[in-house]
Design a protein around this ligand. Structure first.
Ligand code: ASP
Length: 611
């Protein structure tokens, strides 16, 4: 009996200790609620909030403080007449001070409809400064006065801005939805090494010196390409990884030296299987993140169609304005510029016939920019009365210009823009002009998403500088079986089972059916100008693995940062990367890259030659 009582008392003690502990915790908790959740339902409750001071405003005897955390903003009120010393303390609060307050939730007379907590405010009874802050170098609000550089140098402050946080949140959600979809389809997430050997994705490698094997270097992966293929040979069947990749390339075009891919590979599949699977992923993300139900299949364009109609292998199909080949139509009428040109192409800008001389001159200046490199631009206005007015009326009669209008399906009120020269360059310039006009005409709505697949890429592309072929995708991409016989006789015409997913002019992802046969892989390396020894020393392990029952396989990788940026409506991928680098590859915050100590250099057997 005594024993029982003893145990009973112990249990009671224990329970009451737990309770005491809870009370204690509640009293001393940093917060009972976040700054984003209180509403009229909480009126008269005593709450504790913690967060950052965004703003302090004094209005007569009242001091108002906007308190911010990840979840939102709540207005705090300090009343001089109720508690003078507290109000005094509140006035001393600086921007970005970290504070804790206890107070009562009260209905606001002056409601703020812009924020979810705008119906209420907290009448503060207690204030505790948890940490002071220096005056931040820029205002931590969506409309900030901080330029790019200063925000990157103090990125941890920039991350407090709701706009930046929104992007990071979307990034988090997207990775979760990607994982859900792929896991639901039997994909296994596997990590692959970071200290490896060169992977040929067409960029320069970042290298890491080895101390234990002085004089030798690892390369950081440009992608996990060879490893995911080896995982297929290892029988994984379906692999994915959300993974960092490293490419040392010029960063002008909104690139980052380290970026994230959704990297995937599948066994016993053909191009169509991969396209179906990942079109499913794209639809899943459109649905879960953008609430868009995409009906039907994504359109597909062959590489040749994309190049001829859009001048670009990642066409923005939110709008038409396709390029038309007028080479045949315009020749032979003594306009030397067109007569001598390899190619003459045109676009039709709807309702732009009213363009003034000045606007047209601006367009001409645009195409003459060095990045675009065109020599000029010919225009023809389709007047309301059905006549034409062009910069080449001397050479082209009304009937001739009508032929252009027919080809371009131009209507009265439209503006036809023609360019000529080398085919490749002219198409590229027309592509830029098309995008510029799309921008000017407001045809690129960032809430419209126009996905498509570009397929049938050439296997190889001629590198004029080095006078040899390069892999258009990478050296592991398989030629179309029906083109195998052309590999020796006409390699330039061989097409690959390679595909890209494009959304709104962004290459969101790309992949291919892979070679899984040693002989073909060897041949590919030879075509790319590798000697047998080079191929063996760089990729001997892969060709050896192909000898041990490599299954047919194919895969794809998506640019995760770019996809998030697109869905977030961001201009640059930098906006959706927590700690990005600037255009010269520098991390402005931690100040990297940096010199290393002489001892470290010695240990690595390295010496630095100043350039
Ligand atoms: N490794 C390729 C890339 O990074 C993608 C792929 O072929 O799966 O572009």
């Amino acid at each position: 009996m005594l024993g029982f009582l003893y145990i009973y008392n112990k249990i009671i003690d224990c329970v009451s200790n737990i309770k005491k502990g809870e009370d204690f915790k509640k009293k001393n908790m940093y917060r009972t609620h976040t700054c984003g959740e209180l509403s009229l339902q909480n009126i008269d409750q005593t709450v504790t909030l913690s967060g950052w001071v965004q703003k302090v405003r004094k209005l007569g005897g009242m001091t108002f403080v906007d308190l911010r955390d990840r979840y939102g903003l709540t207005q705090l009120v300090f009343d001089l007449n109720k508690n003078a010393s507290l109000a005094d303390e509140a006035q001393k609060l600086g921007r970005e001070f970290v504070i804790q307050v206890i107070g009562n939730v009260s209905e606001r007379s002056n409601k703020n409809k812009k924020i979810p907590t705008g119906d209420i405010e907290i009448i503060v009874d207690e204030l505790r400064v948890l940490n002071k802050s220096e005056v931040p170098p820029f205002t931590i609000e969506d409309e900030t006065d901080g330029g790019d550089d200063i925000r990157m140098r103090f990125r941890y402050l920039d991350l407090r801005r709701p706009e930046v946080r929104k992007g990071m949140l979307l990034r988090h959600k997207m990775s979760k939805h990607v994982r859900d979809y792929l896991d639901g389809n039997g994909f296994i997430e596997a990590e692959t090494p970071v200290l490896i050997k060169s992977t040929p994705e067409g960029a320069r490698d970042f290298v890491v010196p080895s101390r234990m094997n002085a004089g030798t270097f690892y390369a950081l992966p440009q992608s996990p390409q060879v490893f995911k293929q080896l995982l297929m040979i290892g029988g994984f069947d379906r692999y994915y990884q959300i993974v960092k990749c490293f490419r040392d390339e010029d960063l002008r075009a909104d690139r980052q030296p380290e970026f994230t891919q959704i990297d995937c590979e599948m066994s016993f599949v053909e191009q169509e299987d991969v396209i179906q699977m990942f079109e499913g992923l794209a639809k899943h993300l459109l649905k879960t993140l953008k609430e868009i139900d995409y009906d039907g299949d994504f359109p597909r364009l062959t590489y040749d169609e994309a190049m001829n109609s859009y001048g670009n292998d990642k066409p923005d199909t939110r709008f038409g304005m396709k390029i038309n080949d007028l080479s045949e139509t315009v020749k032979g009428l003594n306009f030397k510029v067109f007569d001598d040109a390899e190619y003459v192409g045109a676009i039709c800008a709807e309702s732009c016939a009213s363009y003034s001389r000045k606007q047209l001159d601006k367009l001409i200046d645009f195409v003459k920019k060095p990045q675009i490199g065109a020599k000029g631009l010919v225009y023809s206005k389709c007047n309301a009365d059905g006549s034409f007015k062009s910069s080449v009326d001397k050479f082209y009669s009304q009937e001739e210009q009508q032929k252009w209008a027919n080809a371009l399906q131009a209507k009265p009120g439209d503006l036809m823009l023609l360019m000529s020269g080398d085919k490749k360059q002219t198409l590229a310039a027309l592509s830029e002009l098309r995008l510029e006009m799309g921008q000017r005409l407001g045809l690129m709505d960032k809430n419209t998403f126009a996905p498509l697949w570009v397929v049938d890429f050439p296997l190889l592309e001629w590198d004029d500088e080095n006078k040899r072929f390069q892999a258009m995708h990478h050296p592991f991409t398989a030629p179309k079986p029906e083109h195998l016989h052309l590999l020796d006789s006409d390699p330039a015409s061989v097409k690959a089972n390679a595909y890209d997913l494009i959304i709104n002019g962004n290459e969101i992802g790309g992949g291919s059916v892979r070679i899984h046969n040693t002989e073909l892989q060897k041949k590919m390396f030879t075509l790319l100008g590798f000697s047998d020894e080079e191929a063996q020393s760089q990729f001997g392990f892969l060709m050896e693995a192909f000898l041990y029952g490599a299954p047919p396989h194919a895969g794809v990788a998506f640019g995760f940062d770019r996809w998030v940026a697109l869905f977030n409506g961001s201009k640059s991928i930098r906006e959706v990367i927590a700690f990005p680098k600037n255009n010269s590859g520098r991390d402005m915050m931690i100040d990297a890259p940096a010199n290393i100590a002489t001892e470290q250099l010695n240990e690595l057997g390295l010496s630095v030659i100043s350039k």
